[in-house]
Design a protein around this ligand. Sequence first.
Ligand SMILES: Cc1cc2nc3c(=O)[nH]c(=O)nc-3n(C[C@H](O)[C@H](O)[C@H](O)COP(=O)(O)OP(=O)(O)OC[C@H]3O[C@@H](n4cnc5c(N)ncnc54)[C@H](O)[C@@H]3O)c2cc1C
Length: 390
Amino acid sequence: MTKPALRQIERTDEEQLLRSIDRWLQRDVKPVVKQHDHDDLYPSKIVEQMKELGLFGATVSPEYGGLGLPARTYAQIVMQISSVWMAITGIFNSHLMLALAIEKFGTPAQKAKWLPGLASGEVRGGLALTEPDAGTDLQAIRTSARRDGEHYLINGTKTWISNGIEGSCVALLVKTDAHAEPRYRGMSLFIAPKQPGFRVGKKLEKLGYNSIDSAELIFEDYRIGADHLIGGIEGQGFVQATSGLELGRINVAARGVGIAEGALRLATEYAQLRRTFGKPICEHQAIQLKLGDMATRARAARLLTLDAADAFDRGERCDLEAGMAKYFASEAALENATESLRIHGAYGYSKEYDIERLYRDAPLTCIGEGTNELQRIIISKQWIKRNPIS
Ligand SMILES: Cc1cc2nc3c(=O)[nH]c(=O)nc-3n(C[C@H](O)[C@H](O)[C@H](O)COP(=O)(O)OP(=O)(O)OC[C@H]3O[C@@H](n4cnc5c(N)ncnc54)[C@H](O)[C@@H]3O)c2cc1C
């Protein structure tokens, strides 16, 4: 498997990009987030603005119309957006995983056909791996693709697919050989555009992460040309789908950092405004202890995430670093959101305050791109591998 080339960006360009993202967040996103989240409303106008900012092509190479950003810059963008509204990062994140699979493994014809539209955001999509009976154990999927001349006939059900309703295509993981041993050798990845045979089963209702569509997708005698098989060779799908996981985990870690920092910011403001027993609550030791822990967690999560992104940008294997960042930052998000909510007292429980949204959004970061239980196992295995007894 090839590693991405070293990617760099001028520091001034990075700062300029982050400043324009911040201006957009303050001007266009902050004022509408609460209403959209509470009404679970798809943010169509924000999606148009994200297109203009180039976010749908953030990590796609410039030769296909993308920004070709290094992971470090991409991670900082995700952190910044997530500190205001994490859910909207899902609209371009899983889309970029689809683009990455095509850019890394697709045939020249597939890259030329799909990447420019994906990079501009005119074509939007996601990654369809999970099934009702297979999430962590991805090799247990049952969706099947049977070759029929120059076509494949696909049958099965995917679930929890982000952008499944609003997107027009997905990277679809299937079994082309249900009896292969080991199981991953029988798996293939297709670019699956919406057309007859591919329908949305239902929109899934969630605790948080509102406004972005999570859907069950049903494939019934879905017939697509063999030229939709990524790379053109069967049996490569598991590697293709999971090779994006390092970047995917850096991205979820960045989402966690954003929530951890956002929760800290809200608590910091509130603790200086709210007074009890004649002084601001930030002067009570119990609140100081919480703020001290929260600030340290947020900082550590940021540094771990940037460390993983730097390793990725150097082209190094970074499953250990990305796993640590994802695990730590997502737990930091959950803990900081909980502590911030407590610092807000009853107001933390109110729908009028932003912290309740961060509290509902945070747990997803512990589940997506590999649950944290799995993450710790991956970290441990890699740790032992890198530290053999001599
Ligand atoms: C909002 C949302 C959006 C999502 N978006 C997408 C998407 O766009 N595309 C997509 O394909 N999927 C998506 N997912 C699915 C997500 O990737 C899976 O939920 C995740 O991989 C876990 O799978 P599972 O839910 O089937 O849990 P399971 O695999 O059933 O796990 C259940 C529990 O058992 C633990 N567990 C499982 N195996 C082990 C083991 N070997 N050792 C220790 N513990 C173990 C898990 O950690 C977990 O605690 C999304 C999920 C959510 C909630």
